[in-house]
Design a protein around this ligand. Structure first.
Ligand SMILES: Nc1ncnc2c1ncn2[C@@H]1O[C@H](COP(=O)(O)OP(=O)(O)O)[C@@H](O)[C@H]1O
Ligand SMILES: [Mg+2]
Length: 565
């Protein structure tokens, strides 16, 4: 297309004309620069919903990034995730495209784009805070430093995952509440190749025919598995992004989901605190890592907690934490790779009280076993469907039997679809009494999920108390009393929205934890007061209790210990 005047030269001209930038004096020439040509073809991808996309029942509607609108629709074939990008004029799209092509190409560093855009807008006389101008900025930014057409999805904290398997199929998302569903976004082959390259680049790696499969962590903290389909390994490019929750699952937020009851959580707490090793197991995405992370947030505030992760997905607010991440190697020989085993070995030298691994998959299992063998506490997750399968895997991974037998508490995680929503629940908590020669475990169920109550009910915690008592030189009665205090505390921190919100920030949680370890009864008394006051407030107007995904902890008036068995 013929340009009467390129944007760049016009920018330069203006600068020389009026030393200091007297902004936007000649809007007429700006209009000239951006006059929509009759043959304008939009190249940047934007998503337009069609009427039929909305057919069905609208369940939810929100905007993840302030501009694109997302609507969750329940249609005849299931849920749909319908995206509508900002509705701007053709002129605005044309402007966006030209600014990207002609000016922003020259801004190399992503952090300069924001300021650069402001200067360019000023110089060109694009002013105003109207929707059209803000949307123009948004569209440019998401093209240049964002995630282009899937930007709203990447920004959507309601999503757990985003995937695109081939150009002829829609981008698919996994919604935290509604589960997996297709979107109305399709990528052409070129767009998909470009997206995979872009994601690799954003994660600081390159993907090529030579190395067509790459895993990265995006600047958002999300991880992406990428395949470039030009080579021999796949028919087309594809990507899977697993989203990292922006709000850490501190115990108050975690318990509020109903995944586990306060009394069952308190059992995991007291066991882990006394260094009985804990492992969560179950299928992919059932919440294994999240559980051990939530338990780790209950460990003594002064403890040294070593955390090894292949991806940055765990954290605790404890000042004594030591966080380490695996790293892939560089170059053809993948030099300088740091494996999970390296990390765990290294953590052993850090004199940690507890070693935590987000997921055990390989050789690090042996080192983890060694840590348990020398009396360190351990928390980890592993992919397995039963306690038998779990110990079978540890055997295959080369963990010595005596060390595997140090693993005492197991939490079985499950993901269910109920009433159109997804529920994560701890199916059972087991206490392992021992292993036979073949690593077959002998175990008892100390807590289990009861469907009718939608609650993880503690059945018989005594074997756990007994072992802790043996190891800590305390009486079983003392341990049981500590457990009750912990359960009471946990039921209170999630009993009312205000208290829950206040304690759900990691730093606030740490403060509460410090106080709990110092003076549990005092803190409990104060929380009881706060909860009572809040319940009084809510109970004044008749409160229509909306059914939530999570059964809230039954508020227990008067603060009796009636929650406990
Ligand atoms: N109790 C819960 N309620 C809601 N979402 C949860 C819960 N537990 C975990 N999640 C979310 O589910 C996803 C998968 O959890 P994760 O712990 O990574 O699973 P796994 O380790 O089993 O693969 C994450 O996005 C996490 O934030
Ligand atoms: Mg995990």
């Amino acid at each position: 297309m013929k340009l009467e005047l390129s944007i760049l030269s016009s920018l330069l001209k203006r600068k020389s004309e009026s030393g200091a930038s007297e902004v936007g004096e000649k809007p007429s020439s700006t209009e000239k620069i951006f006059k929509l040509p009759p043959d304008f073809k939009l190249r940047i991808a934007i998503t337009r919903a069609r009427g039929e996309d909305y057919e069905g029942k609208e369940l939810d509607s929100y905007t993840p990034d302030g501009f694109a609108r997302v609507t969750i629709v329940e249609g005849r074939e299931g849920y749909r995730y319908v995206v509508e990008d900002p509705k701007v004029s053709e002129e605005t799209l044309y402007k966006a495209q030209r600014l990207i092509d002609e000016v922003l190409l020259y801004i190399v560093r992503p952090e300069d784009v924001e300021g650069g855009l402001t200067r360019i807008f000023d110089a060109l006389g694009i002013k105003g805070d109207d929707y059209e101008t803000r949307a123009l900025r948004y569209l440019i930014q998401r093209e240049v430093v964002g995630y282009k057409v899937v930007h709203p999805l990447v920004m959507d904290d309601n999503l757990e995952g985003i995937a695109c398997d081939s150009p002829d199929r829609p981008v698919v998302v996994t919604h935290r509440k509604y589960g997996r569903m297709p979107t109305n976004i399709y990528l052409t082959k070129e767009q998909l190749d470009e997206m995979v390259r872009l994601l690799a680049y954003r994660g600081g790696r390159s993907i090529s025919r030579f190395r067509p499969q790459v895993n990265v962590v995006l600047p958002t903290g999300d991880r992406a598995a990428l395949t470039l389909g030009e080579g021999e390994v796949a028919r087309s490019s594809s990507f899977v992004i697993r989203k990292f929750p922006k709000r850490p699952w501190t115990p108050p937020l975690y318990l509020a989901t109903g995944v586990i009851s306060p009394e069952a959580m308190a059992l995991l707490w007291i066991a882990s605190e006394h260094k009985l090793a804990l492992m969560s197991f179950g299928g992919l995405g059932t919440g294994k890592t999240t559980l051990i992370n939530a338990v780790a947030m209950l460990l003594p505030p002064e403890a040294r907690i070593g955390i090894a992760c292949d991806i940055p997905e765990m954290d605790v607010p404890h000042p004594g934490k030591v966080l380490m991440y695996e790293r892939a190697g560089y170059g053809i020989a993948s030099e300088g790779a740091i494996t999970m085993m390296d990390l765990v070995k290294h953590l052993l030298r850090y004199d940690c009280d507890y070693i935590t691994i987000n997921e055990i998959r390989g050789e690090e299992a042996k080192v983890f076993g060694q840590a348990l063998g020398i009396g360190q506490g351990g928390l980890a997750s592993i992919h397995a469907e039963s306690p038998e399968a779990l110990f079978g895997r540890l055997k295959d991974l080369g963990v010595e039997r005596a060390l595997a037998a140090e693993l005492r508490v197991l939490a079985h995680m499950g993901l269910f679809q109920a009433k159109g929503q997804r529920l994560r629940r701890v199916k059972a908590v087991y206490f392992v009494e021992g292993l036979d020669e073949e690593y077959r475990p002998k175990y008892i169920t100390v807590a289990k999920y009861v469907l009718e109550k939608d609650r993880v009910v503690v059945e018989d915690p005594r074997p756990v108390f007994k072992l802790i008592a043996e190891r800590s030189l305390k009486s079983e009665a003392e341990i049981e009393a500590s457990w009750r205090l912990r359960a009471r505390f946990l039921s209170l921190v999630t009993a009312t929205p205000k208290v829950r919100e206040r304690l759900s920030e990691p730093s606030e949680w740490l403060k509460a934890l410090i106080e709990f370890y110092r003076n549990p009864k005092g803190l409990i008394a104060r929380l009881e007061e706060a909860v009572k006051a809040e319940q009084l407030l809510v109970s004044l107007p008749a409160s229509p209790s909306t059914p939530t995904t999570a059964p809230q902890v039954a508020p227990s008036p008067g603060g009796s210990g009636e929650l406990l068995p």
